[in-house]
Design a protein around this ligand. Structure first.
Ligand SMILES: C[S@@+](CC[C@H](N)C(=O)[O-])C[C@H]1O[C@@H](n2cnc3c(N)ncnc32)[C@H](O)[C@@H]1O
Length: 282
């Protein structure tokens, strides 16, 4: 079935807690995005269900996997990545892609040049840029979104065996209709007592050689303190490093540690990751 054959969407009930969670067939997460939380959905569903009339707030929405599984009626989703947020806003308008999409290195680099030209011309908020962002995400290496110091998107070709591209995203229009997307720092968001916040920031990685330059330890502290000031129900996940556990515990969060699925990081380390789920006001 192609995306164009999809029927109008009914609101989807969240999966039963504890059940395995297949991606929603009608509007699955359309991008590849690091740190997907599908494995955590049964736990998040248990926390979310009693508050499902609240607005769900995701300060780090990333691949939108959580919102597209929980399907809140109202959502405020934020991310610091402007291309990602522009892509979601384009889905709200029923994005359709008309240019050629193939799993081919030559075409990939041509589309990458075009995407960079649009950015240089100040046209990164066009429908074409949103479509190219989707194509580059699906075709590039590991779904990475990386820019050099001059702001040039420089992810190489991904060399996947096969890619099923989607051209018609009109199925997403109804799902995202009442959702709001913002682009900025997490603590610029306006949260109220009727919200339910789920924060999935970049992981704390304690070894400097692996750590993200984009989200430093002081950002982790700023985030935890910001979350602790909120009066609504709050859940946050992170890597279960000692200092993260200590930070959230000191701020009065209730903490559970969970076993994340095995994954291979950029160093080839296959150690199963432990994560925390820290909650407050629940
Ligand atoms: C771990 S990912 C989120 C994964 C997401 N929950 C999912 O399931 O796909 C973290 C996200 O935080 C965003 N980010 C990084 N620093 C940020 C900041 N200071 N404020 C808001 N978003 C930020 C990144 O662009 C990235 O998309």
């Amino acid at each position: 079935m192609s995306a164009g054959d999809l029927q109008p969407l009914k609101p989807r009930r969240p999966p039963r807690p504890g059940s395995s969670v297949p991606p929603p067939a009608d509007a699955p997460p359309p991008l590849k995005w690091a740190g997907g939380k599908r494995w955590l959905i049964p736990e998040l569903t248990k926390l979310w269900e009693p508050y499902s009339r609240h607005r769900l707030v995701e300060p780090f929405c990333g691949g939108l996997g959580v919102a597209l599984s929980l399907r809140p009626e109202r959502l405020l989703a934020n991310d610091i990545n402007p291309h990602l947020i522009h892509f979601y806003r384009s889905l709200q308008k029923g994005l359709k892609i008309s240019f050629a999409m193939e799993n081919d290195a030559e075409l990939f680099y041509r589309h990458r040049d075009r995407f960079n030209a649009l950015i240089a011309q100040g046209k990164s908020d066009s429908g074409e840029a949103a479509g190219l962002f989707y194509y580059l995400n699906r075709t590039g290496y590991n779904g990475l979104c990386r820019f050099n110091s001059k702001g040039v998107f420089n992810v190489p070709f991904g060399q996947y065996k096969t890619i099923n591209y989607q051209r018609d995203f009109s199925a997403y229009k109804a799902v995202l209709k009442h959702w709001e997307f913002t682009c900025g720092q997490f603590d610029s968001m306006e949260i109220n007592g009727q919200d339910f916040v789920y924060a999935d920031p970049p992981y704390d990685v304690p070894f400097t050689s692996y750590s993200s330059k984009m989200f430093l330890w002081e950002d982790q502290v700023r985030l935890a303190e910001w979350l602790a000031r909120l009066t609504c129900p709050v859940a946050a996940s992170n890597q279960a490093t000692e200092r993260i556990i200590l930070l959230y515990r000191k701020l009065g969060f209730h903490i559970r540690t969970l076993q994340a699925p095995r994954r291979i990081n950029s160093t080839g380390d296959r150690t199963p990751a432990r994560e925390i789920l820290a909650v407050r006001n629940l």
